[in-house]
Design a protein around this ligand. Structure first.
Ligand SMILES: Nc1ncnc2c1ncn2[C@@H]1O[C@H](COP(=O)(O)OP(=O)(O)OP(=O)(O)O)[C@@H](O)[C@H]1O
Ligand SMILES: [Mg+2]
Length: 488
């Protein structure tokens, strides 16, 4: 198979001229239907600033406090190269093994690649068509994950090598040391952007009122001081505890580094093989929470699937994609029976992995890993990221959610969005797993791992209620009250 064309200057001006339908604009990239050498294609451009549509959307948001979330040029190049490598890899596989659309061309100058248009449906559209049945939607997307994982598993070593950097691979796994910093930032961001009591504290600081002779405190210091005043002595310690427990639940004894990237590639591949065979990690997609990224042929339950959006593909635990399929903004459990369906589906995933890949996965550990991933990814990571969304980003997102009628006022929109998407869902989750049926099953059925998860959920709930991110639920308040009566 020949490599896709790298375009000449003359040809690369074409996509811009023919930018006839934008599919999505986000901070790092712009995706559109366009024409390449006379053929209709999809173009994904990692230099989105070139487009007036991008400039318009983000005008007024490129300065503080919004500046920070905009990704660096280096990150964009990294994601572009990773996606390109994966498209190239998939395009040369036999058709039945291909997991992406065919790569049609590349323009390195503008960091744009072009792929053949997939005309079959994606799961995002499917979700909109089938309405409210949690189990049906979750099962269909999980089926797609099983299929993708079977291919990713079969080629795990080749995939790791297809996107090489100087020392390692762009698919290298997470690193625990980086997680400490990452989650410290996420928690601080959530508090800064969502807590009214923090906002009041910050506004009353002498520096905010122009009364201080010393330099104003940085935002991070403000958050940390605020927390110590509300009884959280050391946020860093809380976060270390959170990350350590997360690693213990998700990777067992394999910490603090899944693959030692300072070793030669041969050694890294040997470590990867071991992780794969022990069922600890494989190659995962990483962005299944967006069901638009996964396509099915005709029948969403039986046909071969394809994926796009490979910026997050990496070596990680399989539960990451399974949690994405079972818990995502477009399809969350809404009742106790839904919660049970989710657990049942995790078991089905495990059975199929045994059958397709002969990889051992412990059913009980896997369930706890999926729930921990739901907590970490939805109640922390996505909450932090989405709390920085600008109104245009929220509106695109909210237009897809049937239950969300978006208010006119931007400030109200932001509040309602975070309330509906994160706080309400997290409260449902904590109620079920800390105070209702879920807790009983975690402790009785899932043993030590289940008990770790209970502690982990409690850590996040305690931090959020102390910091004024959310209020205590009525049943949490009652429990607290009983405790006070007994202890007084
Ligand atoms: N080859 C293709 N054929 C049809 N649709 C595609 C193709 N490639 C991408 N898309 C659609 O465009 C959407 C955006 O592409 P992609 O996910 O790669 O970009 P993104 O920057 O992550 O966008 P978003 O922020 O919306 O996820 C995809 O979710 C998918 O539905
Ligand atoms: Mg996407």
């Amino acid at each position: 198979m020949s490599m896709p064309a790298t375009l000449s200057d003359e040809e690369t001006s074409a996509p811009e001229m023919n930018l006839d339908k934008i599919i999505s604009i986000n901070r790092n990239s712009i995706v559109s239907r366009t024409v390449l050498q006379g053929r209709p294609v999809i173009g994904k451009c990692y230099t989105p600033d070139r487009y007036p549509e991008y400039q318009r959307q983000y005008a007024g948001f490129c300065s503080p406090p919004f500046l920070k979330p905009f990704s660096e040029e280096l990150t964009r190049r990294y994601c572009f190269q990773k996606e390109l490598d994966l498209y190239q890899f998939s395009s040369q596989l036999p058709e039945e093994e291909r997991f992406s659309s065919i790569l049609e061309g590349v323009d390195p100058e503008t960091k744009t690649f072009f792929t053949k248009i997939i005309t079959i449906g994606n799961y995002g559209e499917h979700f909109l068509q089938v309405g409210n049945n949690y189990g049906q939607k979750a099962e269909s997307l999980l089926h797609a994950v099983n299929q993708l994982h079977a291919i990713f598993g079969r080629y795990h070593q080749e995939l790791y090598q297809c996107s090489k950097t100087r020392r390692s691979s762009r698919l290298k796994p997470r690193n625990k040391e980086e997680d400490y910093e990452r989650y410290l930032n996420y928690f601080r961001t959530i508090i800064r952007r969502t807590s009214d009591s923090f906002r009041a504290y910050s506004a009353a600081l002498p520096s905010a009122r122009g009364e201080s002779k010393t330099a104003p405190l940085t935002m991070n210091k403000q958050v940390d001081r605020f927390l110590s005043e509300v009884g959280v002595k050391d946020l860093r310690e809380v976060v270390d505890d959170f990350v350590n427990r997360d690693w213990e639940i998700c990777y067992g004894k394999k910490s603090p580094q899944l693959i030692d990237v300072s070793k030669k590639m041969k050694r890294q591949l040997a470590q990867l093989k071991e992780l794969y065979q022990e069922g600890i990690a494989s190659v995962v997609h990483g962005d299944v929470v967006n069901p638009d990224n996964i396509f099915y042929m005709k029948d969403y339950m039986t046909d071969k699937v394809l994926a796009c959006d490979f910026a997050e593909v990496r070596v990680d635990q399989r539960a990451l994609d399974v949690a994405g399929a079972l818990f995502n903004p477009y399809n969350m459990p809404k009742s106790v029976p839904d919660e049970i369906i989710a657990i049942e589906l995790m078991g089905k995933y495990v059975e199929k992995v045994h059958a397709n890949e002969l990889v051992p996965l412990d059913n009980k550990d896997f369930v706890v890993r999926c729930l921990e991933t739901r907590l970490r990814d939805h109640a922390v990571r996505l909450f932090a990221i989405d709390s920085g969304y600008i109104p245009a980003e929220i509106r695109v997102f909210a237009s897809r959610l049937q239950e969300f009628d978006s208010p006119e006022n931007d400030e109200e929109l932001h509040k309602k969005f975070l309330q509906e998407m994160f706080i309400r869902r997290f409260t449902d989750f904590t109620e079920h797993y800390l105070r209702a049926e879920g807790r009983a099953s975690l402790e009785d059925i899932f043993g030590k791992q289940g008990a770790l998860l209970v502690e982990q959920i409690r850590l996040v709930e305690n931090l959020y209620t102390a910091a004024g991110v959310m209020a205590s639920s009525p049943s949490a308040k009652r429990q607290e009250h009983v405790k006070e009566i007994i202890e007084s």
